[in-house]
Every structure is written in C-alpha cells, then in structure tokens.
Design a protein around this ligand. Sequence first.
Ligand SMILES: [Zn+2]
Length: 241
Amino acid sequence: MEQLEPMPQQWTRALAIAAHPDDLEYGVAGAVAAWTAAGKDVRYLLVTRGEAGIDTLPPHECGGLREAEQRAAAAAVGVAQVEFLDHHDGVIEYGLDLRRDLAAAIRRHTPQLVVTTNLHDSWPGDGWNSPDHRHVGRAVLDAVADAGNRWIFPELLGLGLQPWAGVAYVAVGGSPRPTHAVDVTDSLDRAVASLSAHRTYLQALGQNPMASPREFLQWQADLVAPSFGGRRATAFELYRT
Ligand SMILES: [Zn+2]
C-alpha cells in the first residue's frame, strides 16, 4: 500500500482553525497532543460556537456551553489559547468577511503551520461534507495568502496587524486525499479525553456510534495505520505555501 509521509517538523507554532467546537477532536487532536508533548505551541481558533449543533438546546443557551466544552477539550491536549469568531453556526458564508477575520487571526498568532479540517465536497468514504467545513477550509487556505499581503485588507494595518508571510504549511485533517500522517500511538488517550470533553454534545448524539470517543478514534487511527508503517496515525493533506 502506498505510504503517507511523516509531517514536517520544522515549525514551532501552529494555529488550528475549525468551523465548530468538536471538529478538531474528531481526529486532529491526537496529532495536536503529540505536538504539544514535543514542546510545540498550538492554538485553536473556532469560527463559531457550534450554537446550532444540539437539536434540544436553543442557540442562545448552547453557544456558551459548547464554548466551555471546547476550552476543556483543548486543555486535554495541551492547548491553552482558544479563540472564537462570531460567525453563525450552519450558515457560515465563504467571503471577504471570513477571509479578513482569518487573515487577522493568522497575523495575530504568526504560525508557521496552519491546520484546518476537510474542505472538499465529500468525506473519505463519500459522505457529503457540510458547507461550514468547506467554506472555512477553503477560506483558511486563501487567508494564509491574504495574511502575507499588506495591500489585501489594508484596514488590518490600522489595527496593528502587520503582514505575516511565515506560514510554510497548511495541513487539512479528515481529507479524502491524505498525503502525510502523525503517529498518535502515545497520544490516543489524550485525544479520547479531548473528544470526551464535549459531554453535552455527545450526550445529544445519543446512540450514534460517533458518540463513543475511544471506539471512534481507535477505528480512525487504525484505518490510517496500513498507510503509515502499521502505526496508529492521524492523516493530513499537506499544502506547502
Ligand atoms: Zn463541524
């Protein structure tokens, strides 16, 4: 079987950007736990608070609760900085507002690695991806270029945000076209703790098999193993910028 390459190690700071609380915990967090254990600085940016994610909870009650669960999930894998943008769950629009907000965050955090989630139409296995994920993932790749150009969104200069062209890689988790992987053998327990921190959300999923964090994350890491020397791993599609 064709083998995935190990992720590049020549970076010190990563910004992981996702549409919703829980997106990073369905796979990416295992790699994040491995990175923070190795001394890397990883920060999270959530585009929404996932306020439309629980059918039985109205958004004004749900948003704050999911924000708190996301902060706990981040802490479980060594991430202390978690920021939220005020876009609306379920109706994130691809456009200049999103690109500007993401470019501003990239300039603020000055990462060498940006991580995001699947931006393709489908998931591995062909399930249809959600518009929020597609829009955020594509806007992240575009905003990496925007962040480095002083003449795109010049209003950011007025906020003291100088251009940052130091992003070397964008790694896309959950992609149907993976190219690289990170060994999660030693970080799987922390990844499980991280996903389990979304307690209210997982309870709302009920009997859905996605609701068992350990089973799901082991199954996912085992799927990647044959393509990564038999090691349990998280796969990424890597873009060099
Ligand atoms: Zn999501």
